[in-house]
Design a protein around this ligand. Structure first.
Ligand SMILES: Nc1ncnc2c1ncn2[C@@H]1O[C@H](COP(=O)(O)OP(=O)(O)OP(=O)(O)O)[C@@H](O)[C@H]1O
Length: 381
């Protein structure tokens, strides 16, 4: 198994700065997804790791061996990295077994060993019965598995996957997610998986590296990204996140703080080292906004729209204290679903204080429309 270390990677094309100051340590055997909107630099990063391109700044190491940076530039074939593209890159005139064993043949491995490795790899991805078929006679998912088997047979300890599910239909994508999980478990390889689909990244990866405009914003477990985004942009990317300004932040020293949100004093989670600040930014999610119980204090907001979603309702609300702010809310199905025009008292079940360094300057705090715009970009890109 091989870990991967990127130190201060920068890359420009002409005047265009595509990657800046990327630091990322991936442990041997880890599954890391690189997530970001179209054009944020994901593929460029993968190409640098694969050796198809060289960084202008910084260095790349595989295990304890530097492969790029300064005067060092190990070519792709010298890096021992497996690559799975969305278009599979299979030889059409060769059988499945031929494709899987091709690199071993070029490397002049003895035939018996070659056949044994190909058979093992095909078995791992459940393709043994298809060994003699041509790629044209396989489904998209089966072709993807041939590409995975090829990495396995070549003994790649590090496998790069560039949007491998992008060409597959929804049902096949779900099945292939399971396939990737199994591949990771059984091969023990380090996987770096580029995607702009956050549900895919959440479902598969040990950690997700979130990129935007050529920068790495945060690399953390899916749950930590969702619950403790490092900055307002990540908060807006992940899980339809909302970013709300708060005032008078007072940490209580136990990972909790209080602050004023839309005229009400609320409790928030925060970093242990959080400091008192007059202005701060909190993140939350639509599922954490609820109507207050009878007698409970809450934030008054008017229902401006509701949509039946099958099994539940989605609401748009405008807080009375700031009608320019749109708060989305999800509620389970009920006969007493509030109608447009109704005033509800809202409580926030969970709020996270964005750490100080992750805040935008006062006055440039992105509101929900900014957040949902980014989220949309993720889903549609
Ligand atoms: N050879 C090149 N010359 C000039 N600009 C380039 C080159 N390669 C990439 N770019 C630019 O660098 C930026 C990042 O591109 P990249 O393909 O890495 O993004 P991406 O995040 O993988 O996007 P997508 O999800 O759409 O594939 C884009 O603005 C792209 O136009």
């Amino acid at each position: 198994m091989t870990g991967l270390r990127l130190s201060n990677i920068g890359r420009s094309y002409g005047e265009t700065r595509v990657l800046s100051g990327i630091d990322l340590d991936i442990a041997a055997g880890e599954f890391v997804a690189v997530l970001g909107p179209s054009g944020c630099g994901k593929t460029t990063l993968l190409r640098l790791v694969a050796g198809f391109d060289r960084p202008d700044e910084g260095s790349i190491s595989l295990g304890d061996r530097q492969v790029a940076g300064g005067k060092v530039m190990v070519p792709p074939e010298g890096r021992g990295i497996g690559i799975v593209f969305q278009n599979y890159a299979l030889w059409p005139h060769m059988s499945v077994a031929g494709n899987v064993g091709y690199a071993l043949k070029v490397a002049r491995l003895p035939r018996l060993e070659r056949e044994a490795r190909v058979a093992r790899a095909l078995d791992t991805v459940n393709l043994t019965p298809f060994a003699e078929r041509r790629p044209a006679d396989l489904s998209g998912g089966q072709r993807q598995r041939v590409a995975l088997a090829r990495c396995l047979a070549a003994g790649s300890n590090l496998v790069l996957l560039d949007e491998p599910l992008a060409n597959l239909d929804v049902h096949l994508r779900a099945a292939m997610e399971e396939e990737f999980r199994r591949f990771h478990r059984e091969s023990g390889a380090t996987l770096v998986y580029v995607t702009h689909d956050q549900s895919e990244a959440m479902a598969l990866a040990d950690r997700i590296a979130v990129m935007d405009k050529g920068r790495l914003l945060q690399c953390a477990s899916p749950r930590q990204l969702y619950r403790e985004p490092a900055d307002a942009t990540v908060a807006g990317f992940i899980g339809d996140g909302l970013v709300l300004p708060v005032e008078g932040l007072r940490p209580m020293g136990n990972g909790l703080a209080t602050a004023d949100l839309l005229g009400a004093r609320v409790r928030l989670r925060c970093h242990a080292g959080e400091i008192a600040r007059p202005l701060a930014v909190a993140s939350t999610h639509p599922v954490d906004i609820l109507p207050a119980r009878p007698g409970e204090a809450g934030i008054p907001a008017r229902v401006t729209a509701r949509t039946y979603r099958g099994g539940g309702w989605s609401y748009d609300l405008r807080p009375e204290a700031d009608p320019g702010l749109r708060l989305p809310m999800m509620l389970p199905d009920t006969d007493a679903a509030p109608e447009p025009g109704a005033i509800l008292n809202l409580v926030f079940r969970d709020l996270w204080t964005i750490p100080h360094s992750g805040n935008h300057a006062p006055g440039t705090v992105p509101g929900p429309s900014f957040s949902s715009h980014l989220t949309e970009q993720f889903q549609c890109a």
